[in-house]
Design a protein around this ligand. Structure first.
Ligand code: GP9
Ligand code: MN
Length: 601
């Protein structure tokens, strides 16, 4: 008779598998705390999922051993599965120490160059606590060779394997559901490897990434060299002639691109309780040294911020679903602004952003766009009240980045991605301006939005003050743009009253009009600016900037936008869902509207 006494229990097959699963869990926790720092800044749900997510995949993989009845197969399979888990963990720990991100399958398989460098520096990146990843494996091996390893000859029933698999899938489903509740579209948007690991665990992240790599490879395999001909013909046909008046007006200047998170055009010039929400942005917008646009639309899809960045940096749209950064950013080389400006005009380049480098797969994508430096959250003090939601608060980002900025070689192309004006627009009391009283609508989102708008505006004011004081202002241009809506269509009716409109007459057409975001190029010293009513969108920024910066032969770059300053450009702005807007007509959600928003077909 077998009995499951305290010692014998561990010597049974079930006990052995559970021991291995427990070891995987303990080692993962060690890495989560000491290396990946996964618990800091986590929500309660993230803490719960991080605590349980090593279990489902470990149970699933190591539990496979139960499908092998012979002890000679059962034990090696269990141990191999266990070692695979530990190797995956160790590789990621080493990779993370260098890159602040989890390892992509393409890196593991050697598709990209990263792993070559890593091989050499791998040893240098080991740490004393790594011993604990391997100590038990050594004990197993020693016991085995000393013939002290006790095999349980008694095979478990078939049901055991099945129970482990089912339980593992059940646990996985729990983490998946919690993840989707906490972060909707976690899987489809795949916006952050760190989030995927927090919710689903390292194994699941690797599996999803493996599927992604396979899809990319299949697409690559089926691509023919001649496919590009059609693209080149399209690009050539849509290229519009330059407007000589503007070519080279910003030549040789440093470029600041300031990404105004979730900032919409309707806020410009808006007064709330008698006060301008964004006085600084308003004055830049109306300055004679600014070329600004009043009918400029965001054209993002699911990739949100990363789609806006894709368009601005490459003049190409994002993907129909998901984010180009997340799905293609690791394995493609982009013909992007930082690379082009370095090759043609000798610019250096950097991104300043207060969130983790892994968000939107930025650390990989930026490298492949030719960015030289990426100053992410790890470069700043983000402790305590200094950060919220998506990272370091904007005022601190602008301030704390100065030492890095001042070491950049000029001319530079420097991008600042702000985050404080991000949904849900909660501002700490200490960051609120006592002189600004926001709206009192039923929606906390709408009320909060104007407060974070105002904070964002103040951060720009402070940065401008610095630029002027340091002298950088005189040899720089500042490009400011809003990436996408901040107030979603479902909240727009609440907004109607603030805008002096009637909520009852609000239509899809009004929602489309709300997709306007600011786009302005402030060129200190230039006096021929003004607000243009040209219709255009984010896709048009790259060809516009290339010409303003006087890059030679700008039409040779493959992009699908058109210079906003050319009189020959198309007057239609396309969204990602076949809807479009223009000065005369708009097509939204199956209806054709005239310029006043009346349905005409
Ligand atoms: C965070 C950020 C936000 O790093 O840029 O992205 P979003 O949620 O707006 O796409
Ligand atoms: Mn955004």
């Amino acid at each position: 008779m077998r009995h499951y006494g305290r010692i014998d229990w561990l010597k049974s097959r079930v006990g052995f598998v559970l021991l291995l699963v427990l070891l995987v869990w303990a080692k993962t926790m060690m890495a989560d705390v000491l290396d990946f720092n996964l618990f800091s800044g986590s929500s309660i749900i993230q803490i719960i999922t991080t605590l349980i997510n090593p279990l489902p995949l470990a149970l699933l993989l190591i539990g496979v051993a139960f499908y092998f009845r012979k002890a000679k197969l059962f034990y090696p399979v269990a141990i191999i599965m266990y070692v695979i888990n530990v190797v995956l963990l160790q590789l990621n720990v080493i990779y993370y120490r260098e890159f602040s991100d989890f390892m992509s399958v393409s890196t593991m398989l050697g598709y990209d160059k990263v792993n070559q460098g890593l091989g050499a520096s791998g040893f240098a990146l080991t740490n004393i606590h790594d011993i604990f990843f391997w100590a038990d494996v050594v004990v197993f091996v020693v016991l085995f060779f000393m013939k002290k390893f006790r095999f349980d000859k008694l095979a478990t029933t078939k049901l055991m394997g099945f129970s482990f698999t089912t339980f593992a899938l059940f646990l996985f489903l729990i983490t998946l559901t919690l993840g989707e509740i906490d972060r909707p579209q976690l899987i489809t948007r795949q916006f952050d490897s760190k989030y995927l690991v927090k919710y689903l665990g390292l194994d699941a992240y690797t599996a999803f990434d493996g599927l992604r790599v396979q899809r990319v490879n299949e697409q690559r395999k089926s691509a023919k060299k001649s496919d590009i001909d059609k693209v080149l013909a399209y690009v050539k046909k849509h290229n519009v002639s330059d407007n000589a008046k503007y070519v080279g007006v910003a030549k040789g200047k440093n470029v600041f691109v300031i990404h105004l998170e979730s900032f919409q055009q309707f806020v410009l010039d808006l007064k709330v309780n008698g006060k301008e929400v964004t006085p600084t942005l308003n004055s830049i917008y109306h300055s004679k040294s600014t070329i600004a646009f009043s009918n400029f639309f965001n054209q993002v899809g699911q990739g949100k911020t990363s789609d806006a960045e894709t368009m601005l940096e490459t003049g190409l749209f994002g993907l129909p679903t998901g984010s180009l950064f997340a799905t293609q950013g690791s394995d493609q080389t982009f013909e992007a602004m930082p690379a082009i400006l370095r090759q043609t005009e000798g610019y250096s380049s950097a991104v300043f952003h207060g969130n983790n480098a892994s968000f939107w797969n930025r650390s990989n994508t930026y490298k492949n766009m030719g960015y030289q430096y990426f100053f992410d959250a790890s470069y700043y003090d983000t402790s305590g009240e200094k950060a919220m939601g998506y990272g370091l608060k904007d005022k601190l980002l602008f301030y704390d980045s100065i030492p890095y900025l001042e070491r950049l070689q000029q001319p530079f192309y420097a991008k600042y991605i702000t985050v404080t004006n991000h949904f849900p627009y909660d501002l700490d009391e200490t960051d609120k301006d006592a002189n600004f009283k926001t709206t009192s609508t039923d929606s906390d989102v709408v009320n909060g939005y104007f407060e974070t708008n105002h904070y964002l505006d103040q951060s720009i004011a402070e940065f401008y003050k610095y630029l002027k004081k340091s002298g950088l202002y005189n040899n720089s241009i500042v490009v400011l743009y809003g990436d996408h809506y901040g107030i979603s269509n479902s909240e727009n009716k609440t907004l109607a009253s603030v805008l002096g409109k009637n909520a009852d007459n609000w239509t899809d057409w009004d929602n489309a009009q709300m997709q306007r975001v600011p786009f302005m190029v402030n060129i200190p010293g230039y006096t021929d600016g003004g607000v243009k009513d040209t219709y255009g969108g984010e896709i048009d920024v790259m060809p516009t900037l290339l010409r303003l910066l006087g890059v030679k032969n700008p039409s040779k770059y493959v992009n699908v936008g058109q210079d906003l300053l050319s009189s020959k450009r198309s007057k239609v702005v396309a969204f990602r869902d076949k809807d479009w807007v223009s000065a005369e007509y708009s097509y939204v959600n199956g209806n054709l509207y005239d310029k006043n928003g009346k349905v005409i077909a």
